[in-house]
Design a protein around this ligand. Structure first.
Ligand SMILES: [Fe+2]
Length: 168
């Protein structure tokens, strides 16, 4: 394959840096996929009046997280990587498993905050690692980070309300 040597991160001599970014993007891709799974379950399982706001919010977030997964996947491909198949997946979100009682929305709210915080930490690392190296991945991840910060802020507000009501 002939590649333009002045083509930035896509140039031959930057293969090593590219591989490192693809590795990070792959982890980010799996984080998004697992979040989609967790949010589907937690947007369907809950019972009760208090759960409705959470359910509605998670339902919308599913679409955003899915779009993030697709963006990470597309960037893996653009960097000459291969998006992994499902056999390579391993789950990590122990804290987002269904609660014992389906009215326990506080459990879900805390789990969502933890998932978003994990994403925020990791995406900040990607942003640092790609700064001045891969502006496209950098820019894309900044936009995704903004969504995650927005989600976390919203759920922090839910938690604050539960705490004020003595429920958390
Ligand atoms: Fe996301």
């Amino acid at each position: 394959m002939t590649k333009n040597t002045s083509a930035g991160i896509l140039s031959d001599e930057r293969r090593e840096q590219r591989d490192e970014i693809v590795t990070m993007l792959t982890k980010a891709y799996w984080m998004e996929i697992e979040t989609v799974m967790s949010y589907i379950a937690n947007s369907v399982n809950p019972d009760g009046v208090r759960a409705q706001e959470i359910v509605e919010s998670l339902r919308q977030d599913i679409q955003e997280e899915l779009a993030h997964a697709q963006q990470f996947a597309t960037r893996i491909k653009e960097l000459y990587g291969v998006v992994p198949g499902s056999m390579a997946f391993s789950a990590e979100q122990g804290y987002l498993q269904p609660p014992e009682h389906q009215t326990d929305v506080v459990h879900i709210v805390k789990g969502v905050i933890e998932a978003e915080s994990g994403a925020i930490d990791y995406y900040n690392r990607i942003i640092q690692a790609t700064e001045g190296i891969d502006p496209v991945t950098n820019d894309m991840t900044i936009a995704i980070l903004r969504d995650e910060e927005g989600h976390r802020r919203l759920f922090e507000g839910f938690l604050r309300e539960y705490q004020a009501d003595g429920l958390a």
